[in-house]
Ligand binder design. Structure first.
Ligand code: SF4
Length: 134
């Protein structure tokens, strides 16, 4: 079990830049996320370099996965991740047809909180999510 699957055993696909978390992707200029073919485990050196003064927050430039912290997260409500529900809802609102469409590659899907709650709909809009907008 990797650090990203620690704790509850469920992974947050939009977590912080922290040692032990996984670097999932890089935010493109258009705001979508290019997923890494093989996610990298973040170490303290990466965190220090990515968080250097004068740079935009790493969570605005990359996507990270880490353990879902459940009730300790501001997005947790009524025993669910409200953000994960919002992502799946946005997909439905946008008319995303998740049935029969191949899922994008994802390293954390088996333990992903959003996948567990929203299924394929969440996956099809996940690459439009950026943790920090500044
Ligand atoms: S509640 Fe949602 S946003 Fe918060 S850590 Fe868990 S998966 Fe991530």
């Amino acid at each position: 079990m990797g650090a990203a699957e620690a704790g509850s055993g469920t992974t947050c696909p939009s977590s912080l830049c922290a040692p032990g978390h996984l670097l999932l992707g890089i935010v493109r200029p258009d705001g979508t996320v290019a997923a890494l073919r093989r996610p990298l485990t973040v170490d303290a050196d990466f965190v220090a370099r990515a968080s250097a003064p004068g740079r935009r927050p790493p969570e605005a430039r990359f996507r990270f996965a880490g353990p879902c912290v459940g009730p300790a997260c501001g997005q947790w409500a009524e025993e669910r991740c409200s953000l994960g529900d919002a992502v799946a809802h946005a997909a439905h609102e946008a008319g995303v047809d998740a049935s029969g469409t191949p899922l994008p590659p994802c390293a954390v899907r088996p333990t992903c909180r959003w996948w567990q709650q929203g299924g394929p709909a969440a996956c099809h809009v996940c690459d439009h999510l950026v943790h920090t907008s500044s």
